[in-house]
Structures are given as C-alpha cells and as structure tokens.
Design a protein. Structure first.
Length: 257
C-alpha cells in the first residue's frame, strides 16, 4: 500500500498562500483587522428601523427553509431582505451600496483582506479542532464538504462551486450583513451589533469546530460593510475566502481508495 503525498501544485500554492498571507498580516494587516473588528466609539453603520416582529418572522422563515428546503434559502433571504428594507422606508440598493463604481479597487481590497485573515482563521480552526479532540468529541467535516471532497466529475463539482463562490456569498451577505447587522445597529452599539451578527453567522453553519473561525470571518465581513458602506466588497471577500478554501481542498485532497 503506497503512501500518499501532496502534489507539487498543492505545495506551490501553499507556499504562495502562506508567504503572501504572512506578508500582508505583518505589513499593515494587523492594523487593518483592528480597524475592521474594533469600531471606534464614534463609528457609524447602516441602520434598519424595523419592528422586532417582522424581523422575527423573516428569521423564522429562513430557519424553516434551512430545515425543510435548503434550496429555497437564497431566494428567501433576498425576499426577506427586500421586504424588511422596504418596511423601513429605505431603498435596498442604497442601503446595500450597490451603486459603486470601484469594482477593481474593491476586488483588490477584498483579496488583501482575505490573505490577511487567512492566518488568524487557520490558527482558530486548529485550536478549535484540538479542543474537540481533547474532549474526545467527533471531529467530522460538514456533510457538504465531505461530498465535495469525494466529487471527481464536473457534474458534481460545478453546482457545488457555483453555490460556494456565487450563491452563498450573495444571500448570506444580503441577510447577515445587509439586513441583520443594520437591524441590530438600531438597537445596540455598532460593536455589539457587529459581533452579534457574526455569532449568528457562525452558528447558522451548524458545525462546532468552525463556529469560532466563522464568527471571526462574519465580524470581519460586517466590518468591511461598515467601513465601505457597500455589500460589494464583503460579497467579494466572502467569495474569495470560499474560493481559497475550495482550491486548497481540491489540490490537497487524497485520491479515493
């Protein structure tokens, strides 16, 4: 039985990823993360003035979709966001900052932020996994991730990648950052709203070992929306984060036995 070793492409990508991530983190990245994760006392953020009942109904609808019909989640999240924003008397495109002519600048910002965030999230993931092992808890990947690792044909990979790189970043940003976060800022301080929305984002993935890393990602995404006044950079960051994860998994996964 031959032993498996990572392919050269995986080693090259890992070298570039670790090198660039460390460079961005050490040279300006720490200050960037601090500004995104720790709003000053004078910080402002988009607000959504809607009564608790409509938000509760919308969140319950999404939870029901996640339980009974996950395929309806993206459309339901968009509908909930549009209805709640309309009820607040605001235009969704304005609240979400969709009229933004700086796509290349946003892409560059999102890419460097993703690279800066890679090491902190990786360390949190390793610590969370070690904690689970220390408590003798099952350390299993998410079911969708298992199916992705086992996929070997385009018929299976393309739908997964489409969801991970386009659909999920869009609907999750529209709800967690574009709807829930502004609603919370109308009731709590900006810092509290940012982290409460991040906790909800981490919890909705229903996977203990990644709860803390995803909460950090959610707080960063909320910080990007807060500082850029647009969901476009946060959608790009979310998509790039998922893309980087998919590339690492595709390059480093062992062959099926």
């Amino acid at each position: 039985m031959s032993s498996w070793s990572p392919p050269i492409s995986a080693l090259v990508y890992a070298t570039l990823l670790f090198g660039s991530s460390l460079a961005f983190l050490l040279f300006g990245g720490i200050a960037r993360l601090r500004s995104l994760l720790h709003p000053p006392s004078t910080a402002t953020a988009p607000t959504l003035k809607v009564a608790p009942l409509p938000m509760l109904v919308g969140a319950s609808l999404l939870a029901l979709c996640a339980w009974l019909a996950p395929s309806l989640l993206p459309g339901s999240a968009l509908a909930v966001g549009l209805v709640l924003t309309t009820l607040s008397g605001q235009k969704p495109a304005v609240l979400w900052g969709l009229f933004r002519p700086h796509l290349l600048r946003d892409l560059g910002f999102s890419l460097t932020t993703m690279l800066t965030l890679f090491f902190p999230i990786l360390i949190l993931l390793l610590l969370s996994s070690a904690f689970y092992l220390a408590l003798h808890l099952p350390l299993e990947p998410q079911p969708a991730l298992t199916r992705f690792l086992e996929a070997r044909d385009a018929k299976t990979l393309i739908p997964f990648l489409t969801y991970a790189l386009i659909i999920a970043p869009l609907w999750e940003e529209l709800f967690f950052r574009g709807t829930l976060f502004p609603w919370l800022t109308n009731r709590f301080s900006v810092t509290q709203a940012q982290w409460l929305s991040a906790l909800a984002f981490g919890a909705v993935h229903l996977h203990g070992p990644t709860f803390i890393p995803l909460t950090l990602l959610g707080a960063t995404l909320a910080g990007v929306y807060r500082t850029k006044n647009s969901l476009i950079p946060s959608v790009l960051l979310h998509s790039l984060f998922n893309a980087n994860t998919c590339i690492v998994l595709l390059l480093a996964r062992p062959p099926l036995s």
